[in-house]
Design a protein around this ligand. Sequence first.
Ligand code: ATP
Ligand code: MG
Ligand code: MG
Length: 587
Amino acid sequence: SKEPTSIFSEGWLKRVYEEKPVKDVRTRFPPEPNGYLHIGHCKAIAVDFGFAKHHNGACNLRYDDTNPEKEEEKYFTSILDIVKWLGFEPAKVTYSSDCFDKLYELAEELITKDGAYVCHCTREEINMQRGGPDNRGKRYACDHRARPIEESITEFRAMRDGRYQAGEAFLRMKQKLTDADEGNPQMWDLPAYRVVKENHHHRTGDKWRIYPTYDFTHCIVDALEGVTHSLCTVEFRQSRISYDWLLEKLDMKVPKSDKRGPMQREFGRLSVGGTILSKRRILQLVEGTTVEKKKEDGTIETRKIAPAVRGWDDPRLFTMVALRRRGIPAKAMLNFVAELGVTDALTEIEPPRLESSIRKHLERTVPRQMLVLDPIKVVIEDLAAEDEQEMTVPYDPKGTIPGERRVKIGNAVYIDRSDFREEDDPDYFRLAPNKAVGLYNVPFAIRATSFSKDENGNVTEIKAVKVPATEKPKAYIQWVDVTTAVHVTARLYNSLFKTESPNTLDWKTGGWADDLNPNSEIIYGKAVVERGIQDLIKQNSLNPSGSSDALVRFQALRTAYFCVDIESTEDSIVLNQIVSLREDKGK
Ligand code: ATP
Ligand code: MG
Ligand code: MG
C-alpha cells in the first residue's frame, strides 16, 4: 500500500505544485462551521494540510463564517478537534469574519473601480436578466448597472447602515453579464454583499447587517492570508474564473498569471455510497422528526418518527466524530485517502472499500484478545485445581505487533453459544456431545460429555473432559476463563439502512424510517473478554501516545475488531465493533 505522502510526490497534486513551485507553500482548509465534518471532509483535510506539510509549508484552519444564520459554536470546536485528531496542527486558526472590515473596504474599492453596483432587482428579475429559466435567452443589464459610482457608494453605505431590509438591495459585481460570449454563469454579475435578516454573528455580534458572499470572500481572504495554492473541490471549477476576476480587479493578482496571489485548483470529491452525509438528513436521524400526512377524509395525521441513532457520533454514521468513536484509527483514515488517490475526478466508494482498508491497517497494528459474545459455561471436569495453567501468549502470533499477555485457564471456561451443538454432525467440527474441539493457546482439547438446559430450552452449562494430546482437534475456538473473565457489553454494527442507496429514500415525509435496518446495531450485554483487556486499558492510560488517537483497539479472535468505547468506565466496559474480520457475507 502507498505511503500517505506519495499522493503529493506524484500525479495530480505534484503537477499542481509544479504549476506554482514556490518555496513558502501556504494552504487552508476552509469549512463552513455549520455542521459536523464527514468522511468527505477527511479528504479535503488530508489534501490541504498534507500538501503544505509535504512542501514544508503552512496550512491554516479557516472557519468560513460568513453566514450568521447557520453557524454554531459547537461546530467550531468539533472541527478543530477532528483536524488535530487526524494529526495536523493548523499554522493558524483564522476566521473569514476577521476580515469583515477589510472586505468592506475592498467592496467600496471595487465599486470605485466600477467593478460593482448596488442592485434592487428581485430574484425573478435577475433570472430574466440571466437569460430566463433555461439561461438561453438574451442576457441584459438592469438600470442599476449603469448608475453612477457615487450613487452605488451611497447606497452601499445605506445597506451597511441598516436602511434596507433583506432582499431590498444587494451589492452586485459588474462582471460580464452583458457580454454575449461569456457562457460561464459565474461571470453573470454575482452578488458580493447581501442584507441578512438574522444578522447576529457569533463573533462580530450586531456590528454588521450586511454579509459578504462566498464568491466575494473566499478569494480575497485567500489573498489576505497569503495562500499560494487554494485547493478546493471540483464544484468550484466554474468559480475559478470569478475568483481570478475579482482578485485582478483589486490588484491582488496579475492577469493570466499565477505568479502573484493565490492559485485555485480543484480536486474530485469523495463520495461514500450506502450512507447519508447530508447535514439536514443526518439531523433527522439524530433528532427524529414529525411529519404530517393528509388522509383521504381530509384530516391530518401526524407521525412521530423516533431518532434512528444516538447522536452525531453514533458509530453507524459517517461523520468524522462517528468514525472516530467507532474506533477507526486516524492513520487508517489518512491511508485510505492516499490509497484512493487524488485527481480531479470524483471518487465514489462503497463502505466495504473503506472497511477493507481499515482492516488491513488494524491487522498490522492491534493486539489479539479472546472475547466471547454470547457465553456458555463449560466445566472441564477432569481438570484438577493443580492443573490450572497460566500461559504466556504473544499479542500477535505472527509477531508483527510486539508484546505478550498472560492467559489463565481454570476448570471452567466460557465459549460462544454458536460454537456448541446439541447434536453432532459429521460435517461439524466444533464442540458437541462426544466431539472434541481445540481451545486457542491451550495444550489440550476438550470433549463435551453432557449439557443442561433451562425451561426455555437454552443450553446453560456444558460438561467436558480433556482430550489426550495425541488426538488432534479439527478446529480451534476462542474461550475465556470464568474466574478471571472481564464482563463487557459489545456492540456490533451493520448498515443503518436496508437499501444500498439511502439517498434515494423519501426524506421529505419520513419514508426513510421504513427502511431502517433493525439489525444495524446488535448489542451483546453479557459478553466476556480475557482479563488482558484490563492491561491494555491501563497501558493506554499510562502512556497517552501524545496523539489524540489513543483508543484501546484489539482483534477479538474469530469475532471482529473492537475498540473500547470512549464512555466506558472501569466497571462498565463497552466495546464498539470497528470492522468485521472479513468482508461481510451480508447484513
Ligand atoms: P457539505 O455540504 O457536504 O457539508 P460543504 O462543501 O458545504 O460540504 P464545507 O464546510 O464548505 O462543506 O467544506 C470545507 C471543505 O471541505 C471545502 O473545501 C470542500 O470543498 C471540502 N469538502 C466538502 N465535502 C467534500 C467531499 N465530499 N470530498 C472532498 N472534499 C469535500
Ligand atoms: Mg460549503
Ligand atoms: Mg459544509
